[in-house]
Ligand binder design. Structure first.
Ligand SMILES: [Zn+2]
Length: 257
């Protein structure tokens, strides 16, 4: 299957879903990672153009670790908007990859850029198959609406501090080292976050993965929600692809499983 993880900034995908992507890659699936923005404001010293160049290379190296392909939608950090230009950018990526399964950030997250990206990716997944929507590039419309999953908000809480009611968690213990390696490709982001928040991205990610692991009684995990709105496939394909390492958390879904 073709799998697209489409986040806002380089490193967002790695933080919250690289373990699951690594597991899917091990099972022979075709992995694509895309970002809406190029991390243009993530440096205390470099110019936007310089930091973007660096960060796109880092994102490419990270994707390569799991034999994945990196795509840049061409947006700008802290300027993501739900408008025609950005709808075209996200639909272009969606059509170019033509995925069976899409991952993106949750609709509610700590940063507006993340929330708008989530909305754009959700919209793109739905409308990429509409032939009359012009994405500005001659790419074929998709033939079906893909599965759509949201990873966890950063900090594992919503903007009011409430713990999310995840649908399921994936045991990523066996690929934790790969996940760390992918995240650490984002060296310039690590420097930036150490400068800004005085934390190492690897330590922070490890702590979040450990906390998500607790929810499924495993050392490390990643938790997700499935988009169950009309139009998208409703069965949990990840459970089918990953087997017992994918565990339901939401009891409503367990009952219908
Ligand atoms: Zn981000």
């Amino acid at each position: 299957m073709r799998i697209l993880a489409f986040g806002c900034h380089p490193d967002d995908v790695e933080y919250m879903s690289a373990g699951t992507l690594a597991l899917l890659s091990e099972r022979g699936h075709d992995i694509h990672i895309a970002t809406m923005a190029g991390g243009e404001v993530g440096s205390p010293t470099l110019k936007s153009r310089e930091i973007r160049e660096k960060r796109l290379k880092e994102a490419e190296s990270s994707a390569r670790i799991i034999n994945g392909t990196y795509h840049f939608a061409g947006g700008h950090d802290l300027e993501i908007e739900y408008n025609h230009e950005y709808r075209q950018k996200s639909v272009r990526i969606m059509r170019e990859v033509n995925p069976d399964i899409v991952f993106t950030g949750p609709p509610d997250d700590y940063l507006i850029d993340h929330e708008i990206t989530s909305k754009l990716v959700r919209n793109a997944a739905y409308i990429a198959s509409v032939p009359l929507f012009d994405c500005g590039f001659p790419v074929k419309p998709m033939e079906k609406i893909p599965y759509l999953f949201y990873w966890s908000p950063l900090g594992l809480k919503d903007i009011f501090g409430k713990k999310p009611e995840y649908h399921f968690g994936v045991d990523i213990t066996t690929v934790m080292e790969t996940k760390k390696k992918m995240l650490l490709c984002h060296k310039s982001q690590d420097e930036w976050i150490r400068y800004l928040n005085k934390v190492s991205i690897a330590d922070n990610m490890e702590e979040l993965s450990r906390k998500m692991g607790l929810l499924i009684d495993r050392p490390y995990g990643e938790c997700f929600f499935q988009h169950l709105g009309e139009g998208h496939p409703q069965d949990n394909i990840l459970k089918e692809l990953l087997g017992p390492i994918c565990r339901f958390i939401c009891t409503d879904l367990t009952e219908t499983d």
